[in-house]
Write a protein that binds this ligand. Structure first.
Ligand code: SF4
Ligand code: F3S
Length: 111
């Protein structure tokens, strides 16, 4: 019953979530983060930390697609354990609809 990073993280990637996770289970793509569902201990502390409100418990309906996406990319992207500067245009992307089309599958750099 892990927590899941969802669409509004794309191109916002504030990374506040990373600094509070007690088990360091975030993985970094170029413009998105994911939670490793097998490592997340479901503590919930990251959810209120996200300025983009992109983190949800997987008990919320309709998150199957996002849970699968988190699980898939957590296997291939590098672990990220410290907060970093968000993209310069993060605020402009906050709340934009249909951001999945902009998801980069490239791994994050200098995680
Ligand atoms: Fe980490 Fe807890 Fe968030 Fe899971 S719910 S990703 S363990 S901070
Ligand atoms: Fe993304 Fe929110 Fe973390 S925008 S990087 S889930 S703080």
């Amino acid at each position: 019953m892990p927590y899941v990073v969802t669409e509004n993280c794309i191109k916002c990637k504030y990374t506040d979530c990373v600094s509070v996770c007690p088990v360091d289970c975030f993985y970094e793509g170029e413009n998105f983060l994911v939670i490793h569902p097998d490592e997340c201990i479901d503590c919930g502390v990251c959810e209120p930390e996200c300025p983009a409100e992109a983190i949800k418990p997987d008990t919320e309906p309709g998150l199957e697609k996002w849970l699968a996406l988190n699980a898939d990319y957590a296997k291939v992207w590098p672990n990220i354990t410290e907060k970093k500067e968000p993209p310069a245009d993060a605020k402009e992307w906050d709340g934009v609809a249909d951001k999945l089309q902009y998801l980069s599958t490239e791994p994050g750099k200098d995680a």
